[in-house]
Design a protein around this ligand. Sequence first.
Ligand SMILES: Nc1ncnc2c1ncn2[C@@H]1O[C@H](COP(=O)(O)OP(=O)(O)OP(=O)(O)O)[C@@H](O)[C@H]1O
Length: 592
Amino acid sequence: MGEKKHSQRVKGEGNGTNSDVFASCSFSSLGLDSNLCEQLRERLGFEVPTLVQAQAIPVILSGRHALINAATGTGKTVAYLAPIIHHLQSCDNRVQRSDGTFALVLVPTRELCLQVYEILQKLLHRFHWIVPGYIMGGENRSKEKARLRKGISILIATPGRLLDHLKNTTSFMYSNLRWIIFDEADRILELGFGRDIEEIIDLLGSRKTRHDDQENTVPRNSKIQRQNLLLSATLNEKVNHLAKISLDNPVMVGLDGKKIEPISTIESLDPSESDEDKYSSKVPIVGDYNVPIQLIQRYMKVPCGSRLPVLLSILKHLFEREPSQKVVVFFSTCDAVDFHYSLLSEFQFSPYPKTEEGTHQIFIGCKTFRLHGNMEQEDRRNSFQTFKTEKSALLLSTDVSARGLDFPKVKCIIQYDSPGEATEYVHRVGRTARLGERGESLLFLQPVEIDYLQDLEKHGVSLTEYPALKMFDSFPLYGQKNLAKKSAFIDSHPWVLCLQKALEVFIMSKPKMDELAKKAFCSWVRAYTAHRGDLKRIFMIKKLHLGHVAKSFALKQQPSLVGQSFQKQTKKRKIFEKKKNRLPKRRKVTSV
Ligand SMILES: Nc1ncnc2c1ncn2[C@@H]1O[C@H](COP(=O)(O)OP(=O)(O)OP(=O)(O)O)[C@@H](O)[C@H]1O
């Protein structure tokens, strides 16, 4: 077994040691059914458990509630799915569809819903009588109703759609419900689903009260013991609150040595505080975040007006250095994703004068995908599935991809727009360096934003500077590899200047691109003003030159119309927020 474990680790090629990732035991020694262990090996290729699986599986098998915290990409999904399947497959009377739902997995996004569902399908291959299923926003409600009527044993759901069915689908049977799992719990709450979650917990009769269950709308079936599990790679005040109301005397998995408020003291949180207080992260808990140790984390200080040519240069450099690789770039808004996606698909450039070798080529010649919350569901699904299977590709995305998504073999994460809270940083970089593999990340910061590094430092995350100038010097300009006039500054580097000019000419020549650029500019400014709490001090729109921001969308000037429409939108947003002041604050003002 030891040898098998080792070969698996070698496959990972990471820099950490084998024992950083995998446990020195077998799945069967954790108490899992032998058939299930076979499934894990045959269908998923898992020979031995990861450390978090080795810790969590026995706890979950014992029936205890649990709060599981482990680094991104360490195998939390199987840690909770395997024990549930173990119990369901071993029931004396085989579970039937007419028994309804036994386990409910709540996830923040549609993509994560599909991802968990796929793993579940593989694990259930030998246990065909246990039916997996999912319900989520963007899908056809009546078809979902029909599936629920037939019965789904293990159900994966996004919160909004689940609540909808709990209220409106009378044939949805959940009286046998035994497990509720909150996967990526902090993200569910950050997305503003706090109230939905509380309502769901109440409707399912799973709220833990100090005295008894008298507040439950549905009396708990005394024969069925509930077991709730909460999983997250980062912990904060919001997760603590959810733990407080949903977990009964939980076992903490993976929290050794963390400076985190123990659950017992969370009980004393002021019960009179508003929902906004409960779910805001104004009092973040300081503690080291779980970043994979083999991840190389870098930042680059880029003046605002040069951001775009720098991004394109980095991408070109990465794909020329290693043509077969996958890269994810994070943006703050859907419009920014759309703009950069169209730009990368169309922008042609040659560093040579037109008369010479000057046939213009697409600047970055790799397959490019986009993913964000404003896309049609079908396109969203296609992007997600295809990027997963590609060997070499680029994904441009909002934070919709930041949590839980497992894209194999992503080598590099670029955070072009800053992530906001440190937790978001950790989750974004967590899309690479998974399960001991190598990975690198690059954070773009403007000179006025550089204090953000201190904020990350407080959470034990430290970055080194990326040698950008060296990279620009390596690009041929007018046929010369070593530029005679090198520059000590990014924004006056001949390569950057030349590329910026070409980008501006390109945008001016394409009305559709110009429109996309303006729209993206507006949303970017709105998103920038939506930073919360302490981060407002770092990401201050007043500190920015809007003309330079416009330049970062290859717009020569900041068009006056843009300013007006921005003001209108801000006014609209304020009215909207007033109306919704009962709901928790959200940093993002547009969909992700
Ligand atoms: N025991 C195992 N052996 C080999 N590979 C595994 C094992 N367990 C999980 N994996 C693989 O590791 C990767 C990460 O797993 P998973 O997505 O469950 O991690 P996670 O901890 O939930 O990550 P995140 O915090 O980002 O959601 C997946 O590709 C999964 O297939």
